[in-house]
Design a protein around this ligand. Structure first.
Ligand SMILES: C[S@@+](CC[C@H](N)C(=O)[O-])C[C@H]1O[C@@H](n2cnc3c(N)ncnc32)[C@H](O)[C@@H]1O
Length: 298
């Protein structure tokens, strides 16, 4: 039998202390379909001349633990939303999905295989090898090579068209869910724009959950005004956050990041958006913009 190189996921699963100190990591390591895939990977790689197993790259990301906490933060929020209502149909969009950790965790956390759940994973990187989605995740997860444009609303157009073609019966209770983990620069702006347009459409707003974790803003000329207001006045920025959004300490966050989150929040004129911190996410960018509309409360 060939000796195999372990993957990062093996290390997480076997290190009880490491996994138990974060409940997201613990839940991820306990998911039985992933455990089964880990066993498949091990037996595949012990064969004498095996080709690379499709799940190796998914399980062997160097920052797997951090990725898992980000993905599970999204997935548990989706689970909480879905538990509030017996939905007939669930349509999800993972915006800039990368390797798809958020999508896989969402299917697992929400019992997606037993539900009418369709999940569109969008990313411009056509070279992402998504063959690991088949066959286990292919009934729910669809990878779509898609480039979000800066100057158009092509993201909203895509989302809206998918919803129109999938929602066959308007009497059904449909949940529309969008998530974007660590979206940089204009990708966050386009995400907000898309949600704003969905919020403005009564049919699409009915049962809507959108989760955005913004990432780097680089030099975005659109938020200059907020730099003038807060750039040199961190105490004022913290006061605004404490008064309007979250009361926990903001010490760990870079001023640029807080201004960026604030700016994105100010773009929202439609629907209700809140900011939440998730300290279980092992990143110094763990603030989330959250839009949550349920038909009964909208
Ligand atoms: C920081 S990563 C986020 C990855 C993923 N959300 C995750 O949590 O692992 C950014 C992703 O955005 C994709 N991306 C960058 N520009 C894009 C664009 N214009 N349209 C669609 N995807 C894009 C990249 O290919 C990359 O996978």
């Amino acid at each position: 039998m060939k000796k195999r190189r372990p993957v990062v996921y093996d290390f997480l699963c076997e290190n009880t202390e490491l996994r138990k100190c974060n409940c997201y990591v613990e839940e991820f390591c306990s998911m039985s379909p992933l455990q089964q895939l880990r066993n498949d990977l091990a037996s595949h790689e012990q064969q004498p001349s095996s080709s690379p197993h499709p799940w190796r790259s998914f399980f062997n990301k160097s920052e797997l633990k951090k990725e898992v906490t980000e993905a599970m933060s999204i997935a548990t929020r989706v689970r909480n939303f879905l538990s509030q209502h017996p939905f007939d149909q669930i349509i999800c969009f993972d915006i800039c999905c990368g390797k798809g950790y958020s999508s896989i965790c969402t299917v697992e956390c929400c019992g997606g295989r037993d539900k009418d759940m369709q999940l569109f994973m969008l990313d411009c990187n056509k070279h992402l090898k998504m063959d690991y989605l088949h066959p286990l995740y292919s009934p729910q997860c669809h990878f779509v090579p898609f480039t979000i444009q800066k100057e158009t609303n092509n993201l909203y157009t895509f989302v809206q068209q998918q919803c129109v073609s999938l929602i066959k019966d308007s009497s059904k209770q449909v949940a529309i869910i969008l998530f974007g983990n660590h979206l940089c620069n204009f990708l966050s702006e386009q995400f907000v724009d898309c949600v704003q347009r969905l919020c403005a459409a009564p049919q699409e707003k009915k049962n809507l959950l959108a989760l955005l974790s913004p990432c780097c803003s680089y030099e975005n000329p659109n938020n200059t005004m907020y730099y003038q207001q807060f750039g040199q006045n961190r105490p004022l920025l913290e006061q605004v956050f404490a008064k309007e959004f979250i009361s926990t300490s903001l010490e760990q966050y870079d001023t640029h990041y807080l201004i960026w989150v604030y700016y994105l929040k100010q773009l929202c004129k439609q629907g209700v958006v809140r900011i939440e911190q998730d300290s279980l996410v092992l990143s110094n960018k763990n603030l989330y913009l959250i839009w949550e509309h349920l038909q009964s409360t909208a």
